[in-house]
Ligand binder design. Structure first.
Ligand SMILES: NC(=O)c1ccc[n+]([C@@H]2O[C@H](COP(=O)([O-])OP(=O)(O)OC[C@H]3O[C@@H](n4cnc5c(N)ncnc54)[C@H](OP(=O)(O)O)[C@@H]3O)[C@@H](O)[C@H]2O)c1
Length: 333
């Protein structure tokens, strides 16, 4: 954690509300901390209250240090406006409860940062019967977007959704028949399924940006780079451990602040107002796989996603998702 920022520090009004998933560590921690240091009210949506509260204490300490250094543009407030809300993306019930609780608060929502994710380790199935990366990285975030979109649409100009994807999407197979892995745990192609979950996020962002065209809400996805975070905490094979040691020694990995830079820029930089439907890396629009750009495949994915999630959405929420642009209906799917 820490380091010097290489992004513009833009003052943000305290009544701009950000939700950042997986904000207790890694890339999400830095995005949450810097957004709050610029003045936003930031909700850390995390599965462990203990880890989130410890992270919030560290953020307050690092804020004091940053102020003492004389960093320009930080909020005048003596403490950061940061809050915890419980969210376990591996449980659809937790996702629904999180959204209901936020809705009940009656607050606006200006930035929804779908950042939490997992990517290594052996095959795991959630209590909802799904391969865990499909649910945590893609489906649960899809539900949150669907449930909170109506609030964002009523939250004034310049509302932003950002999805932390990965260049690993290029290694993910587009095979919707096997979206949820049902093979044996021993044969689980983990990296491929991680790549798929990240591919789905990019494709969702493109499909969603068509539906949000000309609205007050933008949506973008991004690759943070190869970042030395806790993402690799479950990397347990000798090869994985050896590779990680080499990467760390060679200095090819970014630290978490460097990894968060594109995300912070997308969430806070005024120059990105109204900019939607792109995939970013190193603070620039960048190219992604041809599969992810294929509009027909994006619409197929959109359609095939609903059987997994529709029972957690109301008719109204589904209609809301579809209402803005009808262009996608003209595609042959
Ligand atoms: N690191 C990289 O090289 C890299 C590269 C490309 C993309 N990314 C993406 O960047 C994002 C952030 O990853 P990171 O590198 O910062 O990893 P990280 O340090 O492991 O942070 C991941 C965050 O996601 C949270 N999370 C995991 N499972 C969750 C669940 N079931 N419910 C709620 N939160 C959950 C973690 O919470 P706990 O602390 O409680 O586990 C943690 O806060 C991920 O989407 C990842 O795929 C990372």
């Amino acid at each position: 954690m820490g380091g010097s920022p290489s992004f513009p520090i833009s003052p943000i009004a305290k009544d701009r509300i950000f939700i950042i998933t997986g904000a207790n560590t890694g890339i999400g921690y830095e995005i949450a901390k810097w957004s709050a240091m610029m003045g936003a009210t930031v909700i850390l949506a995390c599965r462990s209250e203990d880890r989130a509260r410890k992270a919030m204490e560290t953020m307050q300490e690092e804020f004091k240090t940053e102020k003492a250094k004389g960093t320009m543009g930080l909020t005048d407030s003596p403490i950061l406006a940061i809050e915890f809300m419980k969210l376990d993306l591996a449980s659809f019930q937790s996702v629904v409860e999180f959204c209901e609780e936020f809705k009940k608060s009656g607050r606006q929502l200006h930035v929804l940062f779908c950042n939490a994710g997992l990517g290594f380790g052996s095959y795991k199935q959630t209590g909802d019967g799904l391969e865990i990366m499909l649910q945590v990285n893609y489906l649960s975030h899809f539900i949150i977007i669907a449930k909170l979109l109506s609030i964002m649409r009523r939250s004034g100009s310049d509302c932003r959704i950002v999805l932390t994807s990965s260049s690993a999407h290029k290694g993910g197979t587009f095979d919707l028949a096997t979206m949820n892995y049902t093979g044996t745990a021993g044969n689980f192609p983990g990296l491929n399924y991680y790549g798929r979950s990240k591919l789905y996020q990019i494709m969702q962002a493109f499909a969603m940006s068509r539906r949000l065209k000309d609205s007050n809400v933008t949506i973008n996805s991004m690759h943070p780079g190869f970042v030395d975070s806790e993402l690799f905490r479950d990397a347990d094979t000798c090869i994985e451990k050896c590779c990680l040691r080499c990467f760390r020694t060679c200095g090819v990995m970014k630290n978490t602040l460097e990894g968060a830079t594109t995300g912070i820029d997308l969430a806070t930089n005024p120059k990105h107002t109204g900019v939607s439907g792109h995939y970013w890396a190193s603070c620039k629009v960048t190219t992604q796989s041809s599969t992810s750009r294929d509009e027909q495949k994006q619409e197929k994915l959109w359609k095939e996603t609903f059987p997994f999630i529709q029972k957690y959405l109301t008719e109204e929420e589904i209609t809301y998702l579809e209402e803005k642009s009808q262009d996608h209906l003209r595609l042959e799917i």
